[in-house]
Design a protein around this ligand. Sequence first.
Ligand code: ADP
Length: 444
Amino acid sequence: EPRACGTGDPRGTGACHEPAPSLVDVAESSLLNKLIHTSLVESRHHVEILQKDPNSPLFSVKTFEELPLKKELLQGVYAMGFNRPSTIQETALPMMLAHPPQNLIAQSQSGTGKTAAFVLAMLSRVNGAEKYPQCLCLAPTYELALQIGHVIEKMGQFCADIRVTYAVQGNRVLPGALREEQIVIGTPGTMLDWCFKRRVVNMKRISLFVLDEADVMIDHQGFSYQSIRIQRALPRGCQMLLFSTTFKETVWNFAMKIVSNPIIIKLRQEELTLSNIRQYYFVCRNREEKYEALCNIYGSITIGQAMIFCQTRGSADWLLVKMSKDGHQVAMLTAELTIVQRANVIQRFRDGKEKVLITTNVCARGIDVAQVTIVVNFSLPVNQEKQLDFETYLHCIGQTGCFGKKGIAFNMVERQTTYLMHSIEEHFQTQIKRLDPDDMDELE
Ligand code: ADP
């Protein structure tokens, strides 16, 4: 029972040969990550600075007070419950708020504080007393634009005069009726329309341009072109900030087209490794036997929380019923759920309200669900050619054993697919021990 390869390659390693994921898929997982990262993702790494103008000194800050922020903004920061800048903010904020303005390209994983940083820059740069757009911000979808808007509202709650408007499909404007809001957030197509066709924004007066989720943007051919057209019409000296969660070659090329003379900062991601994850496999004849093996695992070790990956909605449903009947508190994550529903399921699981999370492959798409005690591959992630998707395997079982913790992963395979276990061993230079469902002493 092979599990289909998801979007395959959330970390940009090129290991999966599935068709490129659609904008919707990528934007969805991005939004989902935003919804589930309700607090900061800490990093053990330092910020790397890749390129900088030797004439501009760099400094980083440890407190928000050290930054040139208006009183109302500092109040907003504290109202959000922020005590000190995150790792990326320590370096990015002084650059973003510097005089003269500096251009910046910043890359770090979701949840590390990029949005909060550029929202602070936007609120800090615009003048609330002036009633015209001064800052443009591009995002790949309406939902993502709205997320940014929410952060602006919250962080800017004490900046009474600053207003936001959304250049998104369906938000109609009268041609020539100039907008009065200081910040315009929108998707590239509608933003282009507002700026060039409807002429409700005077581009010449824009002093800050922010492009968020550059890696999602470039998955949509039209978006890169439209973003570049907007950028070209901005006045000299307009500050440009570009953000991305990944840094593939293509993102890099795009970023360099959009942002001139940038400082580039990067925060390395916690590396997924298998070294602290014990891996086992069972050879089973059918899903009943797989289920027996699962019960034996529960009978032998104490399990805090478990994540179980299935190939199809059908087998996920089947397992859900089985486990619920056996008294487990089980939640399920499937593609049919809306983003908000999915975020809720993940949040509940993270809060420990359910001890088991069953998921179909939607979940493996670049989303960090939680740190769990065990991961079970009820079926292995393979692509249509029945080849193993190593990246997804790594990502799935990486949900256990994060941040140096010890994790355990179990794989259920049919006899004829046992060879897949060996290919994983070879690929990752690791060992996966076969377990006998009737003799779990090995697990001790
Ligand atoms: P990103 O844009 O990199 O995904 P966000 O800016 O959305 O990250 O931040 C992720 C979460 O962390 C949000 O819930 C945000 O409110 C919170 N956060 C951001 N900066 C800080 C900070 N300095 N201190 C505490 N929490 C923060």
